[in-house]
Design a protein around this ligand. Sequence first.
Ligand SMILES: [Zn+2]
Length: 414
Amino acid sequence: MSLNPKRTVAELKELRELTADENGAQRLAWTDVWQKARKWFATKLVGLPIEHHYDAAGNNWVTLRGASEKTLLIGGHLDSVPNGGWLDGSLNVLAGLEVLRRFATEFKGKPPVTIRLVDWADEEGARFGRSLLGSSAFAGTHSIAADRVRTDKDGVTMQDALRRCGIHMDHFPEAKKERANAAAYIELHIEQGPVLEKLGLPLGVVLGTKGVERHAITFHGQEAHSGATPMKQRKDALAAAAKLALEIRNIAGKHSDAVCTMGSLKTFPGIVTAVVGRCEATLDQRDLDAKVLAQMYREAQEASKRFASEENCTVEWSRIWNIEPIPFHPHMVELCEQAAREISGGSHRLPSGPLHDAAEVSRAGIPTVMMFVQSLRGISHNKIEDTREEHLEMSVAALDRLATKTVDWILKAN
Ligand SMILES: [Zn+2]
């Protein structure tokens, strides 16, 4: 039995049938539907010459032992956001399963290197606001103390939700054991953006995940009566924030792949008859180049001070979160490009704006690359998320090709 990409598409539809409602996929991590998806996945493993276990952080591991202990990892995630799409995460897991089946058949249960498929736990972080949970435990970058007390919208703590699934957060560090012998990591994912569709290309190679600077910015002015306060004497905090909201477009526009977003803006007192005395904004800046990211952060700070002073206001910044850019392995980027070209006739190199588990694996020092397949309309985290079936099939074939190239590279390097 050789690679059967049509089976992957059929299995994706089966999973959708099982775990979506009229609003989309409901495989929120640590819920019953998510566990149902994982149980369904386990039924697909029956009869394969593999070992299957969950690690201390709830990551789901399928191991096909090879002649060498050196290991190729293939990863994805079965969890989804609420009202999510049918492909985000699960494409990688099911395409990886198809690749694993092909290796098992071709090499009669013993490929030249060990192949491991991982379904990461809680990639989305949709319930507790903590993304890449399982892969960060694997990478050893996880901070248990900060996450233990996180709560979902019903007040359930993360610790309790995980315990219900048999996971004890104190044991998270044991997930690092799974890194043993890992020689390379590959991940296929839908692009979730419009770039490949615009270029008319089914497949792309991901150069790395962009670094993120995320800040809360508060402009302080003075609340005043909207009728009695002359325009020239106002300290309008919203006016300063509004100038910054437009300026970040110029700041990002100097760099080809950079993005800056002011996603939230709150005004106080927030009534129709008062000049805004306080305005709270958020800023999210991303780029693959650490120098560009640092420059954009600096420029936004300088601009905010300038606008604050123009409007007789003051401004303060506080960092919400940040992560450095994580470039993928140059040689694996090369292999991925070859695989994409051989299967689809073309390829494009692009950075990923969203973070992925691959970023955590790469941080752990394991050579890593990701492949993107085109998303229709560039839409994801939405029930209308979609990719043409022929492109899905191509992506499975290209992942398989990349796996073969990577196995050859692992063998040569050792
Ligand atoms: Zn995903």
